[in-house]
Design a protein around this ligand. Sequence first.
Ligand code: 5AD
Ligand code: SF4
Ligand code: FES
Length: 347
Amino acid sequence: MNQFKVKKIVDQAFIEAELNKEQIAEILAADINDLDYLLQQADQKREEICGDEVHLRAIIEFSSYCKQNCYYCGLRKDNQQLKRYQLEVEEIIETAQMAAELGYQTVVLQSGEDDYPAAEIAEIIKEIKKTTAMAVTLSLGERDFEVYKLWREAGADRYLLKHEIADKVLYQKYHPGMSFENRIESLKYLKILGYQIGSGVIIGLPEQTPEIMAEDLLLCQDLELDMIGSGPFIPHQQTPLKGSNRGTAEMTLKFTALSRLLLPLAHIPATTALGTIDAEGRQKALQAGANVVMPNVTDGRYREQYQIYPDKICVNEEAGDCRQCIGSIIASLGRYVSQKQGHSLRD
Ligand code: 5AD
Ligand code: SF4
Ligand code: FES
């Protein structure tokens, strides 16, 4: 695509935050070498909307049990080679309190689709809200709608539920036994309950096309997301997609930049998966529209076992190490760590 055409589409996205499917697909299909302007404009939009502050969200990966069988994920139920763990209520609360002491303003409670008792999760949320000043984000997959309500009433602020891929046929193929409709309904219901909602996409799954990724972005706009994340697909040997190609950093950066231009008010993370396939990946994303980083605060003993994909970074680190590491990355870009909770920019 020639530079003039790129400029025209990017300028329209910058001014109107609106593109049609063909325009988005065209940009996603273009060579990254022709897209400096896209990344620059996304960075500029980020600066305009978010300034130089970067929000940190501390992630506690508290259970690697999962009853689902997503084709790409190392935590899938049928991966019997994975040693599983589940933290106790007290351990989760203590980890959250340690995150607060490290200065984090948000904690993300994340697990596979484990049937961790809903009442215990509610208890954890209440205790964290009572004893720390942190916002609480849940990333626990699909649960009954009453459970989402219970947790919201317990004080949870946000819910992350990635829709992963906006093509129904591929969604069903890669998520046996799951339903795309239920996932989208869940996101809508979570929003009605007053959660700030986040979704996201895996970049580079087999058969995913620029047109499908354009649909992903249009869906994210429709859902009025408060947060949108994207990370490259990294094949895992103990999954059905072990022989597939990985997603690329380039495509992830294009998607990140378009996310900023089309959903200007969204929080956008520089993902760990991008940092895994490219040592400078998170830095690049922070300069292409991202304004959030999600460091791991899980105890070092368990990190290796939360193997969603191979070679995940930070498995040999502890919470304090990652906090320092991220602090230096952010400072090296001339940015700074926010001292605020970093709620949705939509309201
Ligand atoms: N590569 C990259 N990301 C993955 N996820 C799961 N498996 C992989 C993989 N192989 C992401 C999905 C999911 C979250 C648990 O991790 O987006 O939402
Ligand atoms: Fe389970 Fe989530 Fe992995 Fe799917 S992506 S197997 S739901 S942990
Ligand atoms: Fe964990 Fe850099 S963020 S070591």
